[in-house]
Design a protein around this ligand. Sequence first.
Ligand SMILES: Nc1nc2c(ncn2[C@@H]2O[C@H](COP(=O)(O)OP(=O)(O)OP(=O)(O)O)[C@@H](O)[C@H]2O)c(=O)[nH]1
Ligand SMILES: [Mg+2]
Length: 215
Amino acid sequence: MELQFPIAEPDAAALEKGRLLFAGETDFLKGVVAMDGMPPDDRLEVCFAGRSNVGKSTLINALTGRKALARASNTPGRTQEINFFTCAESHYLVDLPGYGFAKAPVKTVEKWQRLLKAYLSGRATLRRAFVLIDSRHGVKDVDEEIMTLLDKSAVPFQVVMTKADKVKEAEREKIIAQVRSKVSRHPAAFPEMILTSSEKGWGIDVLRAVIATLV
Ligand SMILES: Nc1nc2c(ncn2[C@@H]2O[C@H](COP(=O)(O)OP(=O)(O)OP(=O)(O)O)[C@@H](O)[C@H]2O)c(=O)[nH]1
Ligand SMILES: [Mg+2]
């Protein structure tokens, strides 16, 4: 049986909860380059994973309403550490380095990919991983690899489509269908997707509401 994987549509009360959560203080806590540098696991966290350049850092900025909280750039491989942000004192938002192609030396990329995998499979307080998929490109092999890792590590994940403003509606529907059919094969996948554009602000309130139900 294939699951339906609809686009999430929280009700007004859930949206309000999300709005309130993100109306609180958010701040950069630290950038981590090794597992032993992680902050104490004294609260829950959600992380943002995805291919380089998919829009992880930009999405954190959109969620928090702070333009330059997480450093974003057009160069794939911008985020090279695991960056922790505090959100309303109650949980962490975690910006991860991208996977796949990056404009950085091979050795450096290998090092941060190892760290990324160690984090995704070994962080006890990780409540949910958001796996970001570019609305123009759909699920690629490297995404499959990460989703399989999350399955094996029993880390629940949810797909967030990014850059929805970059595709026409017909094309978007085709890509969403592809993503649905690929993601629904992963046992750790949460059966609802979130459609966003950080540029236009689409779906940001939805993602806030989803995070508010988790923490
Ligand atoms: N049009 C459009 N552009 C976006 C959107 N989100 C991100 N971008 C752009 O995409 C580029 C990459 O964004 P980042 O947030 O740095 O991507 P990232 O996933 O953090 O990349 P790495 O840290 O390199 O892995 C930037 O030029 C952003 O301005 C969006 O919703 N719409
Ligand atoms: Mg980044």
